[in-house]
Design a protein around this ligand. Sequence first.
Ligand code: ITT
Length: 202
Amino acid sequence: MKKVIIATKNKGKLAELEEPLQELGFSVEILPADYPEIEENGASFEENALIKARFVSRDLNCIAIADDSGICVDYLDGNPGIFSARYANDYVLLPGETKDQANNRKLLHLMRDVPMEKRQCAFHCAMAVVFPDGKEIIAHKTWEGRLLFEARGTNGFGYDPLFLDEELQLTGAQMEKSVKMGRSHRAKALQAVIEAFRSLEK
Ligand code: ITT
C-alpha cells in the first residue's frame, strides 16, 4: 500500500482529504502536531502548494500531498486569493472569535455595500503531489459561487458559510460533506491528481 503524508495543518482540509485517499487504497498519515510552519511565499496557489509538498516530501522522505486554496472575489480583484488564510491578520480577534470567523467578518465588511449581482466569487484549490524521487503532479481547480451577506450553515470550515452554490442554493456550510465533495474545488483537484497519479504508475 502506498503511503501518503497530507502536508496540512488545516483540520478542515484534512477532514475532506483523508477519507477519499484511504478509500483509494492509500495509507494516509498526517503531519505531527509540532511540525514547523512552512513559509508560503509563492505568488500563486500552485507555487504555494508545491512549496508545501516539496518541503514535506524532502524532509520526511515520503510522497507528500499539499493543497493551497482560498476564495477569490471578483469585486475585490480576486482578493483575498492566496492571502485567504491570513486575510484578517490586521484585525483584533473579538472575544471567542476564531481566525476563520475574523476572516469572514472582514470580507463581509468590505463587501457590505456591494449588491448581489456583483458578488461573484470562486474557491480555488491547487493540489500538489511530490514524490521522493522528485516527480511532481499539480492540479488547479475552482468552484464558482456567490458571496452572501451573512453566514449560513455550520458544516465545513473557513469561508464555507458565506459561499453560495447557486445551483443547489446551499452554502458550503449547509451541505453534507459528501455533497461538498461532489462539487468543490478541492474534490475536483483531488480527482485530477489521482488520475495523474494512476497514469504515472502504469
Ligand atoms: P495549510 O497551509 O497547513 O494547508 P492553511 O489553512 O494555511 O493550511 P491555505 O494557506 O491554503 O491553508 O489557506 C486556505 C484558506 O482558504 C483558509 O482561510 C481556508 O479556510 C480557506 N479555504 C480553503 N478551502 C476552503 C473551503 O473548501 N471552504 C472554506 N474555506 C476554504
